[in-house]
Design a protein around this ligand. Structure first.
Ligand code: F6P
Length: 322
């Protein structure tokens, strides 16, 4: 089937760099002679027919902006057969031959559902969690890591001034990739991630006591949201060590902001690559990075893959934070 008209949408949690990806998809498609529709609010836009034609200027001045100009949503209606059929109808009625979806695992499941019903789809990984197994770096991850370290550096200033322990929760959904990299980058005394079981006394209390004995007076503990419980943890730390402790949940600030160079470049490459995949007759593929190269995988097998946790980096962080 030849592709003449495509649609692009963002779905799930937003991530810095999604706009750069929308821009790349739109511009690449237009420059190759295709027509492009933008879809508002993820799959909801397909279900409700909330779509609009895009031109070269529709994506001007967005490459540097966080969030997504197409808005995003998680769509319970699309998860029903009726919702999916409505989405297919929107595409058929508007002559849309293929859809490029930008988001995480849930977004790719939606793409798979549409492909199975005869509409070719390509996924682009956009999530700050970096939890897409087939992909080394997802769009938004680099910016989120940089936002986190800026925030934790500020917390360090106040922790240092008060001789306190700052217990910081970072996002990541069920994964600890963000926490691990942020933890090592801020020199955290301990990093708690869902992938590695921890012992409160051995991994926090004893470590803090040991480093206190060498003269250290303030501490940063980075906790992945998949571990959680930072309020309670800060209380226990204060009780067991006698060091005043404060908990901070960084929250949605991590999802915003202007995308980093890395995210803008990655998003531009991935957006371009996704259009080329559709044009070459491919569908049900997810764009990914492996060894710093852009590659693609079948969505079904990509969803089955397991991403290895970087235990080597975790051990380095552990060993040098003494
Ligand atoms: O997937 C991105 C993410 O920010 C996760 O880190 C977090 O668990 C979740 O989304 C929060 O979702 P919501 O925007 O619905 O609060």
């Amino acid at each position: 089937m030849s592709i003449r008209k495509i649609a692009v949408l963002t779905s799930g949690g937003d991530a810095p760099g999604m706009n750069a990806a929308i821009r790349a998809v739109t511009r690449a498609a237009l420059s190759k002679g295709l027509e492009v529709y933008g879809v508002y609010r993820g799959y909801n836009g397909l279900v409700n027919g909330d779509i609009f034609p895009m031109n070269l200027r529709s994506v001007s001045d967005i490459i540097h902006q966080g969030g997504t100009m197409l808005y995003t949503a998680r769509s319970p209606e699309f998860c029903t057969e009726e919702g999916m059929q409505k989405a297919i109808t929107t595409c058929r009625e508007n002559g849309i031959d293929g859809v490029i979806v930008i988001g995480g695992d849930g977004t790719f499941r939606g793409a798979q559902d549409l492909t199975k019903r005869g509409l070719p789809c390509i996924g682009i990984p956009g999530t700050i969690d970096n939890d897409i197994s087939c992909c080394e770096y997802t769009i938004g991850y680099d910016t989120a890591m940089n936002t986190c370290i800026q925030m934790v550096d500020k917390l360090r200033d106040t922790a240092q001034s008060h001789d306190r322990c700052s217990v910081v929760e970072v996002m990541g959904h069920r994964a600890g990739y963000l926490a691990l990299n942020v933890g090592i980058a801020v020199g955290a005394t301990a990093i708690l991630v869902p992938e590695v079981p921890f012992d409160f006394d051995r991994d926090i209390v004893q470590r803090m006591k040991r480093t206190s004995a060498t003269g250290k007076k303030h501490f940063i503990i980075v906790v992945a949201e998949g571990v959680g419980g930072v309020m309670e943890l800060a209380g226990r730390i204060e009780k067991e060590t006698g060091i005043e402790s404060r908990a901070t949940i960084l929250g949605h600030v991590q999802r915003g902001g202007s995308p980093s160079v890395r995210d803008r470049v990655l998003a531009s490459e991935m957006g371009y690559y996704a259009v080329e995949l559709l044009l070459s007759g491919k569908s049900n593929r997810v764009v990914a990075t492996q060894n710093d190269r852009i590659v693609d995988f079948d969505i079904e097998s990509a969803l089955r893959m397991k991403k290895p946790f970087d235990f080597e980096l975790y051990n380095i962080a552990h060993e040098i934070s003494i």
